[in-house]
Design a protein around this ligand. Structure first.
Ligand code: XMP
Length: 514
């Protein structure tokens, strides 16, 4: 098998490192983030098509600034320096880097030299995202300046004969309007990568690798119905079939019909060859949650109970060789490059089980970004509604019911949520929403229905736009849609007489209510 082409993103501590790797992969070139301390021999051994230096918060002159060996420029591998990475290139190659009296920050019009391969198809005046105080005052010998702004004399420079390129701005962020083009030009035209990173070949190669790794061993996988564990399970099923056992714990805090949907896909009636065990543990969870109101305590109980149920099932199965995890690349990067990666817990609720007898962990999605997991899922024929499922918290509806959780409150929020999702989908406004759901407030109020006085619960509707789930804005759902949802919930869901819409952004609110 031919080795896959790769580009190394050398991490100097910038905030957008993952994004650089993602954008490169969008150009169909596999990219991996490595710490700046990676020895040159290791870089050479990987035979990368190119290297990208990331940004970073430091000044190249500081003693403690992250630096790499200047011999990296002699390896004959094309290098693109971004922001701090560009300054580092200038500094190590004996150019001049200085500190400006004021920072250049934000969207900035940059004039580029279109005779550079990097900017060949880019507009001469193009908007780029700047965020720097230090700047390259003088390019090193052999370099020519290929872009500037009114305040930044060297917004880009290159020594094409040595394959060295540098940009002061951030091509990886979307505010740089033609940034993806520039990255494409670097990896495909400068580095000459053909673009062999495609999901169909990933799926095929991964299945082959999993077969090799697992041999005739047995694999145990906790399936949550979320996209990561579903894609991991299908890959494993295609690789080793009945050697795989998936345990799906229904904790009674799933959305309406979700448990049955997961069973329909992965159970005996579904298209995949695997052993599927559904544990209906609803009552167990409700019992544990009785009288508990504090959100973090609820989270802890749900997480721990999940692990206990999973362990009990694992004990029935006996010793297995592998425990499968749906870890994805952002988890690997965030858990610290160079250090050993922490392993993601089963659908994010607890930790790793203490009492499951396994020898090794298998993580088929370890190198994929979320959008790539989705593409792999489609490639594997997993239904679209599963692949594009919106994020759902591990503790499920447990944290969408304010205060104590009871079976009846779960029913209320499930029914209300099903109506909300149905109407949003019908109105076609689900496409650009990051997350939307109903929550059951703990508030009861007086209403009137027919000639009767009611004293019932209030349901809250939430819908947000978000790109990273760290910040979010309340979405403007059309008034008529909100009206329809409200009428239907009050009419159809027993125990609810009032519906409210949450307009709070994050911060100061959070997306979930607990
Ligand atoms: P917040 O409410 O913190 O949510 O704004 C941000 C994102 O994280 C999800 N979330 C959770 N996911 N376990 C999870 O697996 C949790 O305990 C949890 N709490 C929040 C939330 O759905 C949103 O996507």
């Amino acid at each position: 098998m031919l080795e896959r082409e790769q580009v190394i993103v050398l991490d100097f501590g910038g905030q957008y490192n993952q994004l650089i790797a993602r954008r490169v992969r969008e150009c169909h070139v596999y990219a991996e983030v490595l710490p700046y301390t990676t020895p040159l021999e290791e870089i050479r051994a990987r035979q990368p098509k190119g290297i990208i230096f990331t940004g970073g918060p430091n000044s190249v002159y500081l003693e403690e600034s992250p630096r790499c060996d200047a011999a990296i420029f002699e390896m004959g591998i094309p290098i693109l320096g971004i922001c701090y990475g560009s300054q580092l290139m200038a500094y190590l190659l004996k150019g001049r880097v200085e500190t400006a009296p004021v920072s250049e920050y934000g969207k900035t019009e940059v004039t580029v030299d279109r005779s550079s391969v990097l900017f060949g198809d880019v507009e001469e005046q193009t908007i780029c995202w700047m965020s720097h105080t230090d700047y390259i005052a003088e390019a090193p010998e052999g370099f020519r300046v290929t872009a500037c702004t009114p305040v930044c004399p060297v917004a880009a420079m290159e020594d094409a004969s040595r394959g060295l390129y540098a940009v002061q701005f951030h091509p990886e962020v979307l505010h740089t309007v033609e940034g993806t083009k520039m990255l494409y030009n670097f990896v495909r035209k400068v580095c000459g990568a053909r673009g062999d990173w495609k999901m169909d070949s990933f799926v095929e190669q991964t299945i082959g690798r999993l077969r090799e790794q697992i041999g005739d061993g047995r694999v145990l996988c906790a399936l949550s119905g979320g996209v990561d564990s579903s894609v991991a399970a299908v890959l494993l099923s295609k690789a080793v079939g009945k050697q795989l056992t998936c345990v799906f714990v229904d904790h009674g805090l799933l959305r309406k019909n979700e448990g049955d949907e997961v069973e329909a896909v992965f159970g005996p009636e579904g298209p995949y060859e695997l052993n599927f065990i559904r544990v209906n543990a609803q009552q167990r969870f409700y019992d544990k949650l009785k009288g508990v109101e504090e959100p973090e305590r609820k989270r802890k109980i749900i997480g721990e109970e999940f692990i206990r149920v999973f362990e009990e099932e694992a004990r029935k199965i006996g010793a297995v060789d592998f425990l499968a995890q749906g870890t994805i690349y952002p988890d690997v990067i965030e858990s610290g490059l160079g250090k050993s990666a922490t392993i993601k817990s089963h659908h994010n609720v607890g930790g790793l089980p203490d009492h499951v007898d396994f020898k090794e962990i298998v993580e088929p999605l370890r190198m994929l970004f979320k959008d790539e997991v989705r593409k792999a899922g489609l490639e594997l024929g997993i239904p679209e509604y599963l692949v594009y499922r919106q994020p759902f918290p591990g503790p499920g509806l447990g944290i969408r019911i304010i205060g104590e959780v009871t079976a009846d409150k779960v029913r209320i929020v499930q029914d209300a949520d099903a109506i909300y999702r149905e109407e949003i989908a019908k109105a076609g406004c689900d496409k650009d929403l990051g997350q939307y759901f109903t929550a059951l407030t703990n508030m009861r109020s007086v209403g009137v229905m027919g000639d009767e006085r009611t004293y019932d619960y209030t349901v809250a509707l939430r819908a947000v736009h978000t790109s990273d789930f760290m910040t979010a804005d309340a979405a403007q759902i059309p008034w008529e849609v909100l009206g329809r949802v409200t009428t239907r919930i009050v009419n159809e869901v027993r125990g609810v007489n009032r519906v409210m819409y949450d307009l709070t952004s994050k911060p100061p609110g959070t997306i979930e209510f607990e």
